[in-house]
Write a protein that binds this ligand. Structure first.
Ligand code: APR
Length: 252
């Protein structure tokens, strides 16, 4: 896929000119790390019906069945490493040109790449919680043979500390994200179909408060016409390093 170099240069200039830029990411940024996206061709929801495998009521009714999908995801995430797109965002933060990453992803790859200020809007797969007694532990304390993992206190089946359909967004993540959306003047929207709310409201709120929205995605989304100032079409793992290289040229 040929990436539009003039838009790369434009994005670099916008980043350098911004006073408070943030990134808002979805599963597409982790696709090149081997983690399946949810929608589209090979999407997870093509294989597993999200209402049967990713709704909190389904988990309560049949946790063993939901753990069939959760175990597959946990295995993939445990082997995944940050790709050049994650690393590019960590470099921007290190250069003082990125305030925070708000991510819908639960894979922890932004933190692994080096970003310090990450808001996990849909929680984290690194932690397991007991919805009966509130016990919390890290998934690394369990091996795939222990799945579905049991609570050490009350023996109920534990749930990854991620937001299932039908569950509320963690309060702190909600508050921090809305604050960042309102005070940022530039949002890099990377690898999201922007169809799931309230997460998808973040770039819309940022735009309402005057931010410039730049979309990086393999294809057009509902943000492309109207919310995004411009969209750079291409794989994030290719586009983002080009943008950081162009930023380095501008500030050197
Ligand atoms: N580079 C850039 N964009 C990509 C890449 C890539 N390598 N691969 C895929 N994409 C884009 C797709 O074109 C699509 O727009 O990433 C997006 C992935 O969309 P979804 O699969 O819907 O993932 P996401 O937007 O993160 O879903 C949001 O839905 O099911 C819930 O909780 C789940 O957090 C998830 C939320």
């Amino acid at each position: 896929m040929i990436v539009d170099q003039s838009l790369i240069e434009q994005a670099a200039q916008d980043i350098v000119n911004s006073k408070k830029s943030i990134a808002f990411t979805g599963s597409g940024i982790s696709e090149e790390s081997g983690i399946p996206t949810f929608r589209g061709g090979q999407g997870l929801w093509e294989k597993y019906d999200p209402m049967e495998y990713a709704h909190i009521q389904s988990f309560i009714k049949n946790p063993e069945k939901v753990w069939e999908m959760l175990a597959e995801m946990a295995e993939i995430i445990s082997k995944a490493k940050p790709n050049p797109a994650h690393i590019a965002l960590a470099e921007l933060e290190n250069m003082g040109l990125l305030e925070a990453v708000i991510t819908q992803n639960v894979d922890g790859l932004h933190q692994m790449a080096g970003n310090k200020h990450v808001v996990e809007f849909h929680g984290s797969n690194q932690w397991l919680v007991c919805i009966k007694c509130g016990f919390r532990t890290e998934i690394k304390n369990y091996s795939p043979n222990d799945f579905p993992p049991k609570c050490e206190r009350c023996l109920s089946i534990l749930k990854p500390d991620v937001v299932f359909f039908g569950e509320a967004i963690p309060y702190n993540a909600q508050v921090k994200s809305m604050y960042l959306a309102k005070v940022s003047d530039l949002v890099l929207v990377i690898g999201t179909s922007a169809v799931v709310y309230p997460a998808a409201q973040i770039p819309i709120t940022a735009k309402e408060y005057g931010a410039k929205i730049i979309e990086i995605n393999k294809e057009k989304t509902s943000l492309s016409d109207g919310i995004a100032s411009y969209s750079i079409e291409g794989p994030a793992g290719e586009v983002m390093p080009h943008i950081v290289e162009a930023v380095r040229r501008l500030i050197s």
